[in-house]
Design a protein around this ligand. Structure first.
Ligand code: NAP
Length: 258
């Protein structure tokens, strides 16, 4: 039996369904012996996430919309008897129209919303939950290449991911003295509910598979297993990093002509 995470408790924010990257992370964590706590966003998702928790063998399911400070405070209260070792932040949102029209037309409200949900929430969640990581631990988030390169239609989400990646570095600096590591996994494109909101996302999938050194797209389980590394003692020297799990796509400059 694999036990890289035996004795560790992980809270995972962002499981919406079986296709969620957070679900793949939860599967890897359970396989490696972690105790897992899931959160859901609002009553609408409660039953679904409770069913997913049963399938995964997760211990607890708690409510938390990260844009509501009172819900984050209630989450901390509900976790007051827990010793957390790992926090997985797998949350993002932008208005659909901002992921299809030219970036230059991004509205102020759309910009602020994308940044609040997709970047600021890593800061607020880390601030709220770090005190429960009394023996140190690992915080990780999910990012995408659109933070550092222009990807068609990724638009405001790319700018939010750039803020998220910078936040990872500042949080790693703040929390290092407490032996809490903070990292991001930059996953290759994966067909999830969020990704379907990006116009022409299937073309991105096809383009990556054609160019990536491994000549295929990213398997969510590969992200889950890298999250195991970062959450486990194997990753004890790694903080403030963005680790690409993308079949190697990000190293490519120009595709060789046929
Ligand atoms: P997903 O299954 O749709 O997960 C996104 C999650 O964010 C959902 O559980 C959603 O909950 C949650 N969320 C949105 N707003 C929230 C809020 N205010 N409070 C709490 N939770 C909220 O899609 P995913 O692709 O797995 O996305 C997970 C992360 O991976 C995101 O950060 C995404 O940017 C990143 N990522 C994705 C890809 C990809 O190609 N799929 C690649 C690289 C990085 P509801 O469903 O209840 O709204």
């Amino acid at each position: 039996m694999a036990t890289l995470l035996a004795g560790k408790t992980a809270i995972i924010l962002g499981v919406a369904n079986k296709w969620s990257i957070a679900y793949a992370i939860a599967e890897s964590y359970r396989r490696e012996g972690a105790r897992v706590i899931l959160t859901y966003q609002g009553e609408r998702q409660k039953g679904t996430v409770e069913d997913l928790a049963k399938d995964l063998g997760a211990d607890r399911v708690l409510n938390c919309d990260v844009t509501k400070p009172e819900e984050l405070a209630a989450l901390v209260e509900a976790l007051s008897n827990e010793k957390l070792d790992i926090v997985v932040h797998s949350i993002a949102f932008a208005n659909r129209e901002d992921l299809s029209r030219p970036f230059i037309e991004t509205s102020r409200d759309g910009f602020l919303l994308a940044h609040e949900v997709s970047a600021y929430s890593l800061i607020s969640v880390s601030n709220a939950l770090a005190p429960l990581m009394a023996h140190g631990g690992s915080i990780l988030t999910l990012t995408y290449l659109g933070a550092v390169r222009v990807i068609p239609n990724y638009n405001v989400m790319g700018v939010a991911k750039a803020a998220l990646e910078a936040s990872v570095r500042y949080l790693a600096s703040d929390l290092g003295a407490k032996n809490i590591r903070v990292n991001a996994i930059s996953a290759g494109p994966i067909k999830t509910a969020s990704a379907r909101g990006i116009k022409d996302f299937s073309k991105v999938l096809d383009g990556v598979a054609a160019v990536a050194p491994l000549q295929r797209n990213t398997d969510p389980a590969e992200v889950g297993d890298t999250a195991v590394f970062l959450g486990s003692d194997l990753g004890r020297g790694v903080t403030g990093n963005v680790i690409y799990v993308d079949a190697g796509f990000q190293i490519m400059g120009l595709q060789a002509p046929e």
